[in-house]
Design a protein around this ligand. Structure first.
Ligand code: AMP
Length: 434
């Protein structure tokens, strides 16, 4: 039979690597809890229209990267729907916010999510077709303070704290204001005018963007376009007083917390919904990401709820690429001391298959006491049990006929190369010792 392999651009995450994934997620959950965020889980597939409207028809994501299919109805009465695997989670969160009338409480909502996203991108290191994002959103009616620059600064400060807590070294926060619904049109007009005479010299992709979505030209990674991009007007010169004041307040908040940042007037981000504050955190070259050095991105999306037919609910959010976070942690760990492999508390070795039930029962008792335990099989030779136990665990517990009858168990302590007899009552406490 031919072997079936995973689909291009997808990954299997195996132990022990998954331990790092769980640790990253546990740290994120702990940090989010300290900042009063609650978890939201939205469906992995949604109505295609959500992304077309929310993310924007002209974005790369919607125009060429979505996994979309016609979902035929099961009965004649069911409509045929166009469905899409979510390419990002903000649109889904805002849809849920609207659908569950979360605006009605008048409270500021602070929501986080952890889950897979799907984009048909060209796979390379740090870029996959199924990838994981850890993200958060802060949104609510304007009177809940959702528009306040304090929120932007709080989110950025939380991200700095999260990256520091995880032990990511050398991160860099790049920041820009991309303007609001009132000042952006003036800038777009100036940008279009500046692009018209130079359009022919741009790469083919950017010639198209210059027509459909000129802001995205600034985001071009094509080295040939850089000289032209340098000559284009900067959005900072077109911000109105309200946008400029908002951005200044964000920076004051960051200064007060001592969070370092770099202003990048070319930072626009690939999704249409962003307004005002836009940001990215990158890591230095050699951090395991190849050319994909953006760890996370985000920004403010004051008009998104209304674009999706909801009430006015300004907000700000971000998405961290969890695959990239893990790759960075792995690469940076290689530079420093290797992390010791974490071993189980005990390996239980039944002597003879007749002792298997007693061994299983002992394992249940110890696991119930909170210990990590593996059980061998009574058919193993003692030597094989010994080797397996030494590889997996700090100690080995022998379960033979005598031990079961007397209630005194033989414990081998690998680190001290000694063997002791321990009563069943004391066993859990002895095994818990480091
Ligand atoms: P975006 O949703 O495009 O703003 O991306 C936010 C973050 O998600 C990026 O900074 C990356 O870390 C991560 N990301 C986006 N696309 C991919 C992908 N195809 N593979 C892995 N990570 C990704």
């Amino acid at each position: 039979m031919s072997v079936i392999f995973k689909v291009r651009g997808t990954r299997d995450l195996l132990p022990p690597e998954t331990e790092l994934w769980s640790e990253v997620e546990a740290t994120a959950r702990a940090v989010f809890a300290r900042y009063a965020f609650g978890e939201i889980r939205t469906p992995i597939f949604e109505d295609t229209a959500l992304f077309a409207r929310g993310v924007g028809e002209e974005t790369d994501i919607v125009s060429k990267e979505m996994y979309t299919w016609e979902d035929r109805g099961r009965a004649d009465s069911e409509r045929v729907l166009s469905l899409t695997l979510r390419p990002e989670n903000t649109a889904g969160v805002v849809r849920a916010y609207i659908e569950h009338k979360m605006n009605d409480s008048g409270a500021l909502q602070k929501l986080f999510y952890i889950g897979p996203q799907f984009r048909r991108e060209r796979p390379q290191r740090g870029r996959y077709r199924q990838f994981w994002q850890i993200g958060a959103e802060v949104l609510g009616p304007a009177f809940s303070g959702s528009e306040s620059p304090l929120r932007d600064a709080e989110v950025l400060e939380m991200l700095a704290t999260l990256l520091d807590t995880l032990g990511i070294r050398g991160w860099r926060l790049e920041l820009n204001s991309v303007g609001s619904a009132t000042d952006r049109p003036r800038y777009l007009e100036a940008l279009r005018a500046a692009l018209t005479p130079v359009k022919e010299k741009l790469s083919p992709d950017n010639q198209r963007r210059a027509e459909t979505n000129p802001l995205r030209v600034l985001d071009s990674k094509d080295p040939k376009d850089q000289a032209i991009i340098e000559t284009l007007p900067k959005i900072a010169d077109y911000l109105d007083d309200a946008s400029r004041e908002h951005f200044e307040q964000v920076l004051l908040g960051l200064d007060a917390c001592g969070i370092p940042y770099h202003l990048n007037p070319r930072l626009v981000r690939g999704l249409d919904y962003y307004t005002r504050t836009a940001f990215e955190f990158t890591v230095p070259d050699g951090s395991g990401l190849g050319t994909q050095n953006a760890l996370l991105g985000g920004g403010r999306y004051d008009g998104l709820s209304e674009m999706l037919g909801g009430p006015k609910a300004p907000g700000i959010g971000f998405a961290i690429g969890e695959d990239r976070l893990v790759l960075t942690l792995q690469a940076q760990a290689l530079e420093s001391a290797p992390t010791p492999v974490r071993k189980l508390d005990a390996f239980i070795a039944p002597i003879g298959v007749a002792q298997n039930p007693a061994a299983l029962e002992l394992a249940r008792e110890l696991r119930g006491a909170g210990l990590s335990v593996e059980v061998g099989d009574g058919s193993f030779r003692l030597r094989r049990s010994f080797e397996t136990a030494d590889r997996l665990a700090n100690r080995m517990v022998l379960v033979g006929e005598d031990e079961v009858a007397s209630g005194m168990l033989t414990v081998k302590h690998f680190s001290a190369a000694e063997q002791t007899k321990v009563s069943r009552e004391d066993l859990a406490a002895v095994l818990a010792r480091r």
